[in-house]
Design a protein around this ligand. Structure first.
Ligand code: AVJ
Length: 323
C-alpha cells in the first residue's frame, strides 16, 4: 500500500551494522568499557523508554511536557516556523504540542530517530491525527552529520531537540555538535533545546534507577541487542544495573556491573571480552545542565539565545535560539 508519509533510511542494515560494530569493538576494548546509548533503541528499547517516561522517579519528561503545554504557543509565535525537524523524536508525543501550535496543515514535519519502529508508529499516528501535515520521517543517527530531506524553502524552520537528549553528548562533543546544527540553519531558522537541570544527587540517581526496575531492563536490553546483532552470548543475569552521579563531568552514568569474572564471546566481532568481578561498563552518560552553562555552550557555538523557560521547580529548561 502507499504510505501517507515519506521515509528515508540512512541507517540501512549495512550502515547500522558498520556503526554498531565500530562502536562496540572500540567500547568493549577500552578501559573503562564504554559504549554509545544509540544501541538501546530497538523496538523493545523504544518501548521501555516510553515506560520510563511515565515513572514517578523520572520527572524530567513531565517537566518538559508541562513547559511545552505552557509555551508551545510562544515558540510558534516567535519562530513562525513552517517546518520542524525533530532529533530523537521517539513517539513524537510532545511534538504534537508544537505541531498544533504551529498549525499542522501544510507544516513540514521531519522526525529523526534511530528506531524504525518508533518512526513508523509515530508517523502513522500523526498523519491520521493531522491529515494536512507533510511528514517525512528520517531514520538517522544524529551523532553523525545530519543530511536533511529536501524541505521547501518557504518559511523559517525549527529544529527541536527535546528530552535532554543533548545530555548524551559529553561536554567536549557538544560544541562541535551544536556548531554542526548551526551550520545547517539559515538566518531565519531556530533551534529549541530541552535540557534537564542539575538537582540533588539522590533525585538524579533515582531517575535512572527506579523501584520497578524498568530502567534496569532498559539498560540490559543492550545485551539482547548485542546478542542478536553481533551473535554475542551476554547473560543479562550476570550483570547488575548501576546509576552513578559523576560530579566532575556533571552527568549520570548508567553502568552494567559484572557480577563475577567472566569471558563473553562476541562472535560477530571475533572478540572475547573479559570482565573482572565487579567491573563496570558505562552504557550511557546523561549530562545535567545549569541554565547559564547551557546558554554559554550555545553562545560559544555561535547561537543567539532568544528566550529560555524553566519550570517552577527549575528542574528543566527549554531554550530557543537562532543561528
Ligand atoms: C532519552 C537520553 C534523554 O538520558 O534521560 C532514560 C534516556 N536513559 N533513562 C536520558 C534514559 C535512562 C534519556 N534520554
Amino acid at each position: 500500500g502507499t504510505r501517507a508519509y515519506g521515509y528515508t533510511d540512512t541507517l540501512d542494515a549495512e550502515h547500522y551494522a558498520k556503526a554498531l560494530r565500530a562502536d562496540i569493538r572500540a567500547g568493549l576494548t577500552s578501559t573503562p568499557k564504554s559504549t554509545a546509548p544509540t544501541w538501546f533503541y530497538d523496538a523493545r528499547g523504544s518501548e521501555l523508554f516510553e515506560e520510563i517516561t511515565q515513572l514517578p522517579e523520572y520527572p524530567l519528561w513531565r517537566a518538559e511536557l508541562g513547559l511545552l503545554q505552557l509555551h508551545a504557543g510562544d515558540v510558534a509565535a516567535q519562530t513562525g516556523a513552517r517546518s520542524m525537524v525533530e532529533l530523537g523524536s521517539g513517539s513524537s508525543t510532545k511534538s504534537k504540542l508544537i505541531i498544533e501550535a504551529l498549525r499542522p496543515t501544510d507544516l513540514n514535519y521531519v522526525p529523526v530517530d534511530v528506531s524504525a519502529d518508533a518512526l513508523h508508529q509515530a508517523s502513522a499516528q500523526l498523519v491520521r491525527d493531522y491529515p494536512g501535515i507533510r511528514l517525512h520521517a528520517l531514520r538517522a543517527d544524529f551523532t553523525a552529520p545530519l543530511v536533511l530531506p529536501a524541505l521547501p524553502e518557504d518559511g523559517p524552520r525549527l529544529i527541536a531537540f527535546l528530552g535532554s537528549t543533548l545530555g548524551n553528548f559529553r561536554r567536549p562533543a557538544r560544541g562541535p555538535f551544536l556548531r554542526g546544527l548551526r551550520s545547517i540553519m539559515r538566518p531565519e531558522d531556530f533551534l529549541l533545546i530541552g535540557a534537564d537541570l542539575v538537582k540533588t544527587e539522590h533525585e538524579m540517581t533515582a531517575a535512572y534507577d527506579d523501584a520497578q526496575g524498568i530502567t534496569a531492563e532498559f539498560n540490559k536490553n543492550l545485551l539482547y541487542v548485542l546478542n542478536r546483532e553481533l551473535d554475542a552470548d551476554f547473560d543479562p543475569d550476570a550483570f547488575d544495573h548501576v546509576s552513578v552521579w559523576n560530579s566532575a563531568e556533571s552527568h549520570i552514568e548508567m553502568r552494567l556491573r559484572s557480577r563475577d569474572e567472566q569471558l563473553v564471546k562476541v562472535r560477530g566481532l571475533g572478540l572475547a571480552v573479559h570482565f573482572v568481578r565487579g567491573e563496570e561498563w558505562i552504557t550511557e552518560r546523561s549530562a545535567k545542565f545549569t541554565t547559564d552553562g547551557l546558554q554559554a555552550e550555545m553562545a560559544n557555538a555561535g547561537l543567539r539565545i532568544n528566550q529560555a523557560w524553566a519550570d517552577p521547580n527549575a528542574g528543566f529548561t527549554l531554550t530557543l535560539a537562532t543561528a
